[in-house]
Design a protein around this ligand. Structure first.
Ligand code: ADP
Ligand code: MG
Length: 287
């Protein structure tokens, strides 16, 4: 695992940066985000971290069009994500995997993944329902791609298993696979390892690195656990109480006194020894 250095040649050419520019979100009197800015470079894994209540999920929902920003802009190439509805954002290649699993438990892995491809099928729902020739042909092509993506996430032998009987770790990977089935240019992951054991967490981290290297797409990872993103992210934006308190490489933010204070104050886990070791040789990047 080598974080921090995506091979330029592997980045897909049709992937623009994501520019979050001075975004604020309010819920009544609560300011969930206050003037937050960061840039996700094409083909990188960009983590947004922070203690509980920092505004991570709010940011995730702004990126996917679920919440409206009161101020600021979110640009993805020529598109203004902050002015688009969720289905339009999905239509330009932004896919999201949910924090709480949003799969159809009674349906098989293959059926759930096929749902991710509906907007790509020309024949549409009606023709597919009637099994018209065009739908059958298309079905084969999509079925092959679904199998490929399942294989990629080590779900190849579970294609015909109902999602509801899979382990928690497998279900979370189905959720990611379904997002990949939309052929995204930008993948948004909200706490992909929440509730996972150490082995499941490791497998998910490997899968996320694979997604970047094999597909060359950008990944925005919203994550509570600081340790998780350190070996994974190319760049990290840290939020606390809706404000950006740091932005830099994993080593830089981990050594940042304000980040350490925010995590210690929250009672969340951080490894003070590791942070102290970094702080002696790596200056933080405050802003
Ligand atoms: P995180 O994901 O980092 O734990 P959130 O983005 O969920 O944080 O929440 C940030 C702040 O905004 C919190 O104070 C939370 O209570 C508030 N908040 C989030 N969503 C809503 C909502 N839909 N309505 C009202 N307040 C909200
Ligand atoms: Mg959250």
């Amino acid at each position: 695992m080598t974080a921090g250095s995506p091979v330029e040649a592997d980045v897909r050419p049709d992937i623009p940066p994501v520019e979050v520019d001075n975004v604020s979100v309010r819920f009544g009197a609560i300011k969930a985000l206050s003037g937050v800015s960061f840039t996700v470079q094409p083909g990188t894994i960009h983590a947004v971290i922070g203690p509980n209540g920092a505004g991570k999920s709010t940011m995730f929902n702004v990126l996917s069009g679920v919440y409206k920003a009161a101020e600021g802009q979110v640009r993805f190439g020529d598109h203004r994500l902050d002015q688009m509805r969720p289905y339009k954002i999905a239509g330009i290649g932004v896919a999201r995997a949910f924090q709480n699993i949003a799969l159809s438990a009674g349906q098989t892995v293959a059926e759930n993944l096929m749902l991710g491809r509906h907007h790509l099928t020309k024949a549409g729902f009606l023709a597919a329902g009637l099994r018209l020739p065009r739908a059958t042909r298309e079905g084969k092509v999509h079925g092959a791609r679904v199998a490929e993506i399942a294989e990629f996430l080590e779900l190849g032998n579970k294609l015909h298993t109902p999602v509801g009987v899979l382990s928690y770790g497998d279900q979370k990977r189905v959720e990611v696979a379904r997002a990949l089935c939309t052929e995204p240019r930008l993948l948004l992951l909200d706490e992909p390892v929440a509730g996972m054991n150490a082995e499941e967490t490791h497998r998910m981290a490997e899968a996320i690195l694979e997604i970047r290297s094999a597909l060359g797409i950008s990944v925005v990872l919203v994550e509570h656990d600081m340790g998780m993103v350190m070996s994974l992210a190319d760049r990290v934006t840290v939020l606390d109480f809706g404000r950006r308190i740091a932005d830099g490489t994993p080593a830089e933010v981990q050594a940042d006194p304000e980040v350490i204070r925010a995590y210690l104050g929250s009672g969340d886990e951080i490894d003070p020894a590791a942070a102290a070791a970094h702080s002696s040789d790596t200056p933080g990047t405050h802003s």
